[in-house]
Design a protein around this ligand. Structure first.
Ligand code: UDP
Length: 321
């Protein structure tokens, strides 16, 4: 199979590229390196079944050529990371909405199957935990930058589903919950690489808010396994799937575990949200996926425990293979 991965030099995209190369497929990557990194794909660059293009998905002639050459498309290119989103809302909205428009319209010309990566952010302030795919999405005020990410991704979902209903373009939508593992950087605010780097260097571990907010962290290797199975399955088309782990942990407990696993002397400090992000920032108190749907269709079960995930990130940032 020939697989096109937009955002293929990113954290998740590069692991997905590895998996398809290992399976014997051909991989085409397009990435503008805005948040991705050439280092993530350095080991693949000379592989005969791997090709990469450094460009934006909004460069239509370039993308059209790549769409022509491939059989299926994973659209992972997007503005990611709460910190980046709060700091650059224009870039977030434009990248996420326009990029997806271009990908879907070009894929539609050749009727190539597309998997669109959405996010658990779309559940917003919903309190119907665990979140089900058919549950309501609860957005905060438009004056709060964070919600531009959720709304832009919700538009992507609407568009992908509309292409399926109206034009019979086979599309699949996945809502990725907090995904972690080697290669993820803390540069755009993600908590686990941030805590691990802080602990390893003996700096303060910065828990935002009171640390009672909780998340479920999925291992990137488990997550891409689900993406590949959904792409392969004929009945996933026209549907939305949550993908993630359901092992819930509070952020304070996470900080303690990272400190313990790294044998660090770092002090755990609390930073008010207003200081960490922007005034009036709203966080989700709990975020837990219901993963029954993807489990029933393709047998997905998260395998890696939180401690295993943390160890893999610690090893990565300690320079251990
Ligand atoms: N967080 C934190 N300290 C940090 C970075 C993040 O306490 O240095 C918190 C953040 O406020 C959120 C959780 O960790 O409650 C997960 O943040 P992340 O940005 O990784 O993902 P999110 O779930 O917000 O998309």
């Amino acid at each position: 199979m020939r697989v096109l991965i937009t955002g293929g030099a990113g954290f998740i995209g590069s692991h997905l590229s590895d998996a398809y190369i290992d399976r014997g497929d051909e991989v085409f990557v397009i990435d503008d390196l805005s948040t991705g990194s050439i280092e993530n794909i350095a080991h693949l660059k000379s592989h005969p079944r791997f090709r990469y293009t450094i460009d934006s998905v909004t460069n239509q002639p370039v993308l059209a050529e790549l769409v022509d050459q491939c059989d299926v498309i994973f659209h992972l290119a997007a503005a990611v990371g709460v910190k980046l989103i709060v700091e650059s809302p224009v870039r977030t909205i434009e990248t996420n909405v326009h990029g997806t428009e271009v990908v879907l319209s070009l894929a539609n010309k050749k009727k190539k199957k597309v998997l669109i990566a959405s996010t658990s952010e779309v559940y917003g302030l919903s309190t119907e935990v665990p979140f089900r795919e058919d549950g309501s999405l609860v957005m905060g005020a438009t004056t709060k930058g964070r919600w531009s990410y959720a709304c832009s991704k919700a538009i992507d979902e609407f568009l992908a589903l509309a292409y399926w209903r109206e034009k019979k373009l086979p599309t699949i939508v996945v809502r990725l919950f907090n995904t972690v593992g080697p290669r993820q950087t803390g540069q755009y605010g993600m908590v686990i690489p941030t805590f691990v780097k802080q602990s390893l260097s003996g700096r303060q571990i910065t828990v935002y808010g009171d640390g009672r907010q909780s998340r479920c962290f999925g291992y990137v290797g488990d997550i891409i396994g689900a993406l590949i199975k959904l792409m392969d399955h004929p009945d996933s088309v026209g549907q939305v799937f949550n993908i993630g782990s359901n092992e819930e942990v509070t952020i304070l407990e996470l900080a303690k575990r990272v400190k313990e696993l790294t044998h660090s002397e770092s002090e755990i400090t609390f930073v008010p949200y207003d200081e960490a992000y922007e005034e009036g920032f709203e966080d989700m108190p709990r975020r837990v996926p219901d993963i029954a749907k993807v489990g029933a269709l393709v047998g997905f079960r998260p395998r890696m425990s939180l401690n295993g995930i943390l160890q893999s990130v610690i090893d990565f940032h300690s320079g251990r293979p």
